[in-house]
Structures are given as structure tokens and as C-alpha cells.
Design a protein around this ligand. Structure first.
Ligand code: OSB
Ligand code: MG
Length: 373
């Protein structure tokens, strides 16, 4: 498939409620949407870099620059047979995994469509078990103005049918809040995400949570650290999960060698895409790690691709992949719904991502558009 044309959209969409983390609060989500055209088919990708460099050094603006000046020129006109070829073409560009993953997603989508497969089926080809029809999901709850409001938001999402809750923590918004959550909801699977807000000197804070039976603590230490996490892990009972500091299968290998984590949050977007995410999946399975698929408040475009990743057989824990209504009132693609009876979302079965873009809505939220041919 010759890569004939690529369209890039910079979009901005209002979130249904503000999302607070240790690096800031978001009311509006900026991201990029990419359309890759070949042989009458269109593959879609979403770049999850947002307007500020809080989670990653990449932003929607740096991703636009890296995509339009380097990555798109490196792939235009190339003959795409399988999506695994793509990373070789992008290798000259150091870093910028979120920008690279945008093209990677579109390449997986379009080749799955060509093969007459859903993205889940295409990703699952190496595994005799195949992919799952439904994936277990939970909801990630941002920091709230008060502990009482946090308990209300947890209760609301449990009422909607979510069976696993993730709470964002940061210094000053941790011990009291999480004790209250455990006391109020003694049987609910709860996990914590610090988004790199602590240092090794804070070990005592995590030790004070040892008896609270949390599923995991995600990325407590530096966004680029692996070593200090390996020092923290034997000091605490709660399983340790890495998010921010794993950018490749190589990083996963370092983390395994250092015994720095029990669990990896696989965000395909954070590791340059689905090819690399599957390598981490395989490595995690081989070493007995817990694995799950995280999110970045994706639109339906990114959400469909998260669901396909989460359908792979080694994914063992519920993902941060909630129903569309938890993020957007009016999305740019087919909405996803929660199966409330078992806290799952059904993986799309259509070709590729298996979604339909609402082009009118996409235009409405687009701030900037450019085509490359
Ligand atoms: O650390 O997992 C994270 C959202 C934005 C940036 C980072 C993270 C998150 C989430 C939300 O936790 C997950 C989701 O529901 O998409
Ligand atoms: Mg995280």
C-alpha cells in the first residue's frame, strides 16, 4: 500500500469534568488526529500529547512540528506492507514516542482493514488464544476539591457499573484521602496513581498504605526513573506499577532486570505505538508481570485502539478505558458504552479500528488542518 496522502488535524474538545493530576488540571483536551490514505482506505491515529508538557515533554504543538517536518516526510510515498516496517522509517528521529505512535496507529488500522481483520484480530495473530471479545475496564478519578467530593465521585462511578477505581494522589492529597476511600469502600478494587510526584524519601507515605490492600501504586517516583523505583519496591507491600518511565521494550527490560516493578501500564501511545506495545506485552508475559492498558483521555479514535490492545491474552488487569460519556458529551467517533453487569467494554469487531468518524464533529473541533502528499 503506497502511502499517498496524510491529513493532520489539531483539535480541542471540552471534557465533561475537569481532570486533576499531580501535574495540573485539564478542562479542555487538545490532541492531534491523523488520517493516512492509501488505495481508497483511510487509517486513523490519535496523538495524545496535550497542550502542556506535564505528563511527557511532548505537547500537541511539538508533535505537530515533529510529525509535519520529520515523521510524515519520512513515510510519504513509501510502500507499506505491514505496520512493523514503520518504526524503521522513523528511527532517525530520536524520542517523540507520542508523535510516532500517531502514524503507527494509522498504519495498524489501514493494514488491518486491507487484511479484512479488526485491529484486535490483527494484533492477536501471534497468539493461539486470539483476542478477547470484551475487556475489563475501570475509571481513573482525578484529584477533587475535597475528600467528601472524592467519595461522591467514586460512588457515582460504582453506580454506573465500574468495578475498579483509580485515584490520583499527590503530596498533601494522599494518606487521609486514600484511608477514607478504603474505609468507605472496603471491598472495591482501588489503585493509586502519583504521576511522579514523590521521591524515595517519601517511602513512609507508601508504607502507611501497606495494609489497605490497594491493587497497585502507579509511578510514584521520577518520570524518567527506573532505579529509585527498584529501591522503593522492596520497602512497600503494595504492588508497584510503572507508567511514565517505560518508553520502549528496552526500558521494560531494564525495569525487569532491576526488579523495579510488579506491573506495567502499557500505553501504546507512550512507547511509539502498537508494535512496541506488543513487544512489552510479550516481555511482561515471559516475566510474569501484571499488565494493563492505560489511557490519556482519548477520543473514540484512540479508545478503539486501546481496546484492541487490551484484548490481547497477556493483559491481566482492568484498563483505564472508560465509556465515552466519562470524557466527552459529543465525541468525534462512534461512542463506547460500559457493559455495567461486568465492568467491561466490547472490543469493536469491524475492520481496523471498527469505528465511524463523525466528520462534521471533527471539523467543528478542528483548530488547524493540513494535508501532506
Ligand atoms: O497517568 O494514567 C495517567 C490521563 C492523562 C495523563 C496521564 C494519565 C491519565 C489517566 C486517565 O489516568 C486515564 C483515562 O481514563 O484515559
Ligand atoms: Mg499513570
Amino acid at each position: 500500500m503506497k502511502i499517498e496522502r496524510i491529513d493532520l488535524y489539531y483539535i480541542s474538545m471540552p471534557l465533561v469534568s475537569p481532570f486533576g493530576t499531580s501535574f495540573g488540571t485539564q478542562l479542555q483536551r487538545d490532541c492531534l488526529i491523523l488520517a493516512l490514505h492509501s488505495e481508497g482506505l483511510t487509517g486513523w491515529g490519535e496523538c495524545v500529547a496535550t497542550n502542556d508538557p506535564g505528563y511527557s515533554y511532548e505537547t500537541a504543538v511539538t508533535a505537530w512540528h515533529i510529525l509535519s517536518d520529520f515523521l510524515i516526510p519520512a513515510v510519504l510515498g513509501k510502500e507499506l506492507n505491514e505496520p512493523e516496517q514503520l518504526q524503521g522509517w522513523l528511527r532517525k528521529v530520536r524520542g517523540h514516542p507520542l508523535a510516532k505512535a500517531t502514524l503507527d496507529q494509522a498504519a495498524w488500522d489501514i493494514t488491518a482493514q486491507r487484511d479484512g481483520l479488526s485491529l484486535a484480530q490483527k494484533l492477536a495473530q501471534p497468539y493461539p488464544e486470539g483476542s478477547r471479545e470484551c475487556v475489563k475496564v475501570g475509571v481513573s478519578i482525578g484529584t477533587q476539591p475535597s475528600i467528601a467530593q472524592t467519595m461522591d465521585v467514586i460512588a457515582k462511578h460504582l453506580g454506573e457499573g465500574y468495578g475498579r477505581i483509580k485515584l490520583k494522589i499527590k503530596p498533601g492529597w494522599d494518606i487521609k484521602m486514600v484511608w477514607q476511600a478504603r474505609n468507605t469502600f472496603p471491598d472495591v478494587p482501588i489503585m493509586l496513581d502519583a504521576n511522579s510526584a514523590y521521591t524515595l524519601d517519601d517511602a513512609i507515605i507508601f508504607q502507611s498504605m501497606d495494609e489497605l490492600d490497594f491493587l497497585m501504586i502507579e509511578q510514584p517516583l521520577g518520570y524518567d526513573d527506573i532505579y529509585d523505583h527498584s529501591q522503593l519496591r522492596p520497602q512497600i507491600k503494595t504492588p508497584l506499577c510503572l507508567d511514565e518511565s517505560i518508553h520502549s521494550a528496552e526500558h521494560a527490560r531494564y525495569a525487569i532486570a532491576l526488579q523495579a516493578c510488579d506491573i506495567i501500564n502499557i500505553k501504546p501511545t507512550r512507547v511509539s505505538g502498537w508494535t512496541e506495545a506488543r513487544k512489552i506485552h510479550d516481555l511482561g508475559v515471559a516475566h510474569g508481570l501484571g499488565l494493563w492498558v492505560g489511557g490519556m483521555l482519548e477520543t473514540g479514535v484512540g479508545r478503539a485502539a486501546q481496546l484492541a490492545m487490551a484484548s490481547l491474552p497477556g493483559i491481566s488487569l482492568p484498563g483505564d478505558i472508560s465509556a465515552t460519556a466519562r470524557y466527552y458529551e459529543n465525541d468525534i467517533a462512534t461512542p463506547f458504552y460500559l457493559n455495567a453487569e461486568d465492568s467491561t467494554i466490547t472490543v469493536p469487531t469491524g475492520l481496523g479500528l471498527g469505528i465511524e468518524l463523525d466528520m462534521a464533529r471533527l471539523k467543528e473541533v478542528t483548530l488547524k488542518q493540513e494535508s501532506f502528499a
